[in-house]
Design a protein around this ligand. Structure first.
Ligand code: C2E
Ligand code: MG
Ligand code: MG
Length: 732
């Protein structure tokens, strides 16, 4: 539109002095004259051509013209544009030109307004203005210049306009894109971090709290890798939808990128509520998805941090939520974790551990131990499971539950897994008889097409018959029912090895894939078995169903983690064929195994407690106990949600109230219910809640605002009589 408008303004300059208030278009034709009611001036051929050209131009809809008198009232306007405004050109004559547009400020445009420019008699160029007419949601770029008579008095205005609505919309879309994630429609990283900044600074002044959750999907990468990126995208959309069902405020949920999400939860600091919410999110996102006709399962880990307790600026809060997320992942995924200051140390520990893990194999710090799997009826050992053991030179024995996830993340699981396979086969050929050896295979190994080669290699170099090797895999390999999974099963079965489904009952336990995958054994997880002994539990019925199905499919069943005689009893009643647990034997070394196996058929008499003790958290933790204005250092010996056993103060009368300070603003009022010398059983006024990682925490924390206020008032307290602290008492 540039070209014609410039042509006009060039003309304008030339004719400005003699046209006077008639206006530029006055000399052009009859329609113009009709609008103004003037007599037609003479028209020569040259101007007629120009008139036709301009008329064509106006009719093409690409631009329009306008003119006003010295008061800014319309004397001419292109008819087509008047129609777009819902009027005729004649109806608009006499209207103030500025009234055609909305005042600029109402859209937050930072520029000079049209009335201002016209009052100042300034020229303007391509001023973006919005139509003031209802039902006409259009944007115009308006140009105009004043013209003056011979005496320098303002004669009026002339100018042009173009429709910039489409351009404007795409600009708005672009700015929307800058604020929202185009895949899920959720707020993007930029948007949410701005929001968090403003929320936190406003809330700090009003002394309000605000929680954030950081989410990271577990095993999302595998879905992307096995089903492809379009499937990954479709999955992320469904994740966003599920999140919005739980967190209803759409503006507060964002996708930070990849498979990471962030949620802002203003005015929530109740850890019980936040924990419930995090559990809801984990449960919801862990349900199976249907993506492009395939079923897949993922999980999610959640880190929670709460302002002002865990940070008052958005940087601090996000960093701490991230640390909590890291801890949740490290604790086995599919969990949530609240931030606490010890996490800095555990993150550092984990980093160091990862370093050490790189060299552990080479330094010979890894070993295998073997736990017997026993026929539940005859008590004879039918096989053993190889379990990796790491004895760290400084830290001692480190649980595989801790370092296997680190190895998986740090790409160390492949060399580690290969070593385990070879070592287990090597050891097994030395055993008398034909005991089977089971080896755990990480889903990451399972996803590698080289696995069958590595297994075949281990068998060939050691000479172990394939049917003596059993590979244990967890159901997470079914997260995507892809072709690759089926091919891997086929390739492994082709080698003649046995396959066992490990940890059944911990993930999304579906009986469906038992029929399609060629398992020889199902291992029922210990948590599931333990649940079965709880009165009212349905686990027993489910185990019975699994056993029936397994028998029909000619699979064995193994119950894991059986410790007590009542559990063994139940498991036998449910017809589970095999048992692996302390009730028979803990994992033993290669030498011990050979000793037992040498004696001929290896049978073990079950032994253990009659009943499984109900788990209380036995721990050793120093906390503060505040009574009046005395603070005692005590040790928590036993902790449950409703009370604790403390040590460290002598002869406290029953009924005494303490405030137990767990640190980081976690205070709980406790009443002494039992008292024996230096030990007291206390009951909490308000129950503790789960911290998501098997620990407990207080529902609320004392706000740093309150602590700051209290510090100012301190000194006014009245001293109460103090108790004697156990001076001779030493931690056991
Ligand atoms: P898993 O494969 O389910 O192994 C069974 C775990 O339960 C072992 O823990 C075993 O010591 C423990 N257990 C057996 N009976 C009882 C019992 O009666 N009570 C209790 N409380 N626990 C019992 P462990 O050795 O700590 O291994 C933990 C997990 O680490 C294993 O679970 C497995 O998933 C993984 N893992 C161990 N070794 C390897 C390995 O070589 N490669 C891979 N990829 N993972 C391994
Ligand atoms: Mg196992
Ligand atoms: Mg298991």
């Amino acid at each position: 539109m540039d070209m014609p408008s410039r042509t006009i303004s060039d003309d304008r300059e030339e004719g400005a002095a003699d046209e006077g208030s008639r206006g530029f278009f006055g000399k052009f034709g009859s329609r113009m004259s009709r609008q103004r009611g003037d007599a037609s001036p003479p028209v020569n051929l040259h101007t007629r051509d120009a008139l036709l050209l301009l008329q064509n131009y106006e009719e093409s809809g690409r631009g329009w013209f306008w003119a006003t008198d010295a008061n800014g009232r319309i004397t001419y306007i292109t008819d087509t544009v008047a129609k777009l405004m819902g009027r005729s050109a004649n109806e608009l004559v006499g209207t103030a030109f500025t009234e055609l547009f909305l005042p600029v400020d109402s859209h937050g445009e930072r520029q000079r307004t049209l009335p201002f420019l016209m009052t100042k008699q300034s020229k303007f160029d391509e001023l973006p203005l919005r139509s003031a007419f209802e039902g006409d949601d259009r944007w115009w770029a308006i140009s105009g210049s004043p013209h003056f008579d011979a005496n320098g008095r303002l004669g009026g205005w002339r100018g042009s306009g173009t429709d910039i609505t489409a351009h404007r919309r795409s600009a708005e879309d672009a700015s929307r894109l800058a604020m929202y994630d185009s895949l899920t429609g959720l707020a993007n990283r930029f948007n949410i971090s701005k929001k968090l900044d403003t929320t936190l600074s406003a809330f700090a002044q009003q002394q309000r709290s605000c929680a954030i959750m950081l989410l990271d999907l577990d095993r999302f990468k595998q879905v992307n890798d096995t089903l492809g990126h379009p499937a990954g995208d479709a999955l992320l959309k469904q994740v966003a939808e599920r999140l919005l069902k739980i967190v209803r405020d759409k503006e507060m949920v964002s996708r930070l990128g990849g498979d990471e999400f962030q949620i802002i939860l203003p005015d929530i600091e109740d850890r019980g509520r936040l924990g419930d919410m995090a559990s809801d999110i984990i449960n919801s996102l862990s349900q199976p998805y249907s993506v492009e006709g395939s079923r897949c399962i993922i999980g999610v880990s959640v880190g929670v941090a709460i302002a002002p307790f865990d940070g008052q600026t958005s940087d601090d809060l996000v960093r701490n939520a991230d640390l909590a997320l890291y801890a949740a992942k490290g604790n086995g995924r599919g969990r949530f974790s609240f931030y606490s200051s010890d996490l800095h140390q555990s993150a550092e520990d984990r980093r160091v551990l990862e370093e050490d893990l790189r060299d552990a194999l080479a330094r010979g710090e890894m070993e295998l131990s073997y736990q017997p799997v026993v026929n539940a009826k005859s008590n004879t050992v039918t096989g053993v499971e190889a379990l990796i053991r790491w004895t760290h030179p400084d830290r001692g024995v480190i649980s595989p539950g801790l370092f296997i996830p680190i190895a998986e993340e740090a790409n160390l699981i492949w060399p580690l897994g290969e070593w385990v396979l070879r070592k287990a086969c090597e050891d097994a050929v030395r055993w008398p008889g034909d005991l089977r050896v089971a080896v755990n295979v990480s889903p990451i190994q399972f996803a590698n097409a080289d696995l069958p080669k590595v297994v075949a290699n281990a068998l060939a170099t050691t000479g172990l018959p394939a049917d003596r090797l059993e590979l244990e895999i967890t159901e997470s390999v079914f997260l995507a029912d892809s072709k690759e999974t089926a091919q891997m099963f086929k390739a492994l079965k082709g080698l003649g090895v046995r396959l066992a489904l490990d940890d059944f009952g911990t993930g999304y336990s579906s009986l469906g894939y038992l029929q399609s995958a060629p398992f020889d054994k199902i291992k029922i997880d210990q948590s599931f078995v333990r649940g079965a002994t709880v009165p009212g539990s349905r686990n027993g019925a489910i185990i019975a169903a699994i056993v029936a199905l397994a028998e029909a499919l000619e699979m064995e069943t193994t119950a894991e983690g059986i410790e007590s005689l009542d559990q063994l009893d139940l498991i036998r009643k449910l017809n589970v064929s095999h048992v692996q647990g302390y009730v028979y034997s803990k994992p033993v070394s290669q030498n011990e195994l050979i000793e037992h196996a040498d004696a001929g058929s290896w049978t073990i008499k079950p032994a253990g407690p009659a009943k499984q003790r109900n788990d209380r958290f036995s721990l050793f933790r120093k906390v503060g106990a505040v009574h009046g204005n005395h603070r005692y250092s005590v040790v928590i010996r036993n902790l449950s949600a409703t009370g604790a056993f403390i040590e460290g103060i002598l002869d406290v009368p029953v009924g005494t109230q303490f405030v137990i300070d767990f640190g980081e603003g976690q205070l709980v009022t406790a009443t002494v219910r039992r008292s024996m010398n230096h030990q007291q059983g206390v009951q909490f006024e308000q129950s503790l809640v789960s911290d998501g990682n098997g620990g407990l925490c207080t529902r609320h924390r004392v706000s740093p605002y309150l602590i700051a206020a209290a510090a100012q008032q301190s000194g006014s307290q009245i001293a109460l009589p103090a108790f004697t602290t156990t001076s001779d008492w030493k931690p056991a």
